[in-house]
Structure formats: structure tokens, C-alpha cells
Design a protein around this ligand. Structure first.
Ligand code: CUA
Length: 171
């Protein structure tokens, strides 16, 4: 009686597809790593939860007095922005639609909504988030190029959606 050694046979087509799948996994992990660590692309996620009914009025809420906070003069700023139908509050004075930061400033944006779902996109940056009532959307951007950066609401939020915009000035 002879004992035959079991052989592990893989069809060449199957083997090639397995190899290709493994190579694609490595490429995708590399692409995500380069995007996250080298290019600084961030995936927006809810930073914290707030009550949309009181976020604009509670004196302990930073959005009751929206606008810039200087953390390190000339270098680091926090920007609290309140989205509402149909404008972005960037100051306690609703007539003000512009934010201004010095060249080279790193700004962390905290955006939330007090009513319906909005969007917030800042041109020429990777800042592009949904603004969901009850959640805070946050991303950090460093401004190394002077100029005017328009921001707009890019999720349809009603009849005034098209006039929901503002400006960040870097100089
Ligand atoms: Cu707010 Cu569209």
C-alpha cells in the first residue's frame, strides 16, 4: 500500500487573482497612509454632542457668542460657527459675515447647527463637512496663502440655501 502525499492545488487563475487582491490591499493601505500622514487629509467625524435647542442661547455654549477665539496670538485660533436658516453666525453681530485671521494661522473650526442639516465647505482647503443639528463638526486648517476664502452651505436646507455663505480673510 502506498501513501500519496496530499497536494495543495490552486488553479493559476485563482492564484493570480489572490495575488492581485493582496497587492491591491497593500496599495490601498499605502494610499490611505499617505493621505492621512503625508497630505494631512482628515476624515470629519462628530467632535462632540450639543443640544440644538439651547446651543445658541446657553451662556455656557461657545456658540451663544460665535466667532474667533485667539489661543496663541497670530498662530492658533478656534472658530465657533453657528449654522442656521439661512446664514452662518461668525460673530455675535449677525450683520458680520467675515472672519479674519493672520497669515500662517492655524484655525480649528467648530461648526454646528441650531435647526436643520447644513453643510460647510471652505474653498481651497480640505475643510468640507456636514453640519448636523446636535453634533459638532470640527477640522483644523493652516492658512499659508493670503487671500479671501469663501465658505458656503452645500447641503440643501430650504429656500434661503443659496444665500448661506460667508468669507474668511487671511492677511
Ligand atoms: Cu444651509 Cu444649505
Amino acid at each position: 500500500m502506498t501513501t500519496s502525499k496530499p497536494t495543495f492545488h490552486v488553479d493559476p487563475y485563482e492564484r493570480n487573482w489572490l495575488i492581485l487582491s493582496a497587492v491591491m490591499l497593500v496599495v490601498f493601505i499605502g494610499a490611505v497612509s499617505v493621505a492621512g500622514y503625508a497630505l494631512g487629509i482628515q476624515v470629519p467625524g462628530p467632535e462632540q454632542r450639543v443640544d440644538p435647542n439651547t446651543v445658541a442661547t446657553d451662556p455656557n455654549s461657545p456658540w451663544s457668542s460665535p466667532g474667533l477665539r485667539e489661543i496663541v496670538p497670530g498662530e492658533r485660533y478656534d472658530a465657533y460657527i453657528l449654522a442656521r436658516i439661512w446664514r452662518f453666525d461668525v460673530s455675535p453681530d449677525p450683520a458680520i459675515r467675515d472672519l479674519e485671521v493672520p497669515l500662517g494661522a492655524t484655525v480649528t473650526f467648530y461648526v454646528t447647527s441650531m435647526d436643520v442639516q447644513h453643510g460647510f465647505v471652505l474653498e481651497n482647503t480640505n475643510l468640507n463637512v456636514q453640519v448636523v443639528p446636535g453634533q459638532v463638526s470640527s477640522l483644523t486648517v493652516t492658512f499659508d496663502t493670503p487671500g479671501e476664502y469663501n465658505f458656503i452651505c452645500h447641503e440643501y436646507c430650504g429656500s434661503g440655501h443659496a444665500v448661506m455663505f460667508g468669507r474668511l480673510i487671511v492677511k
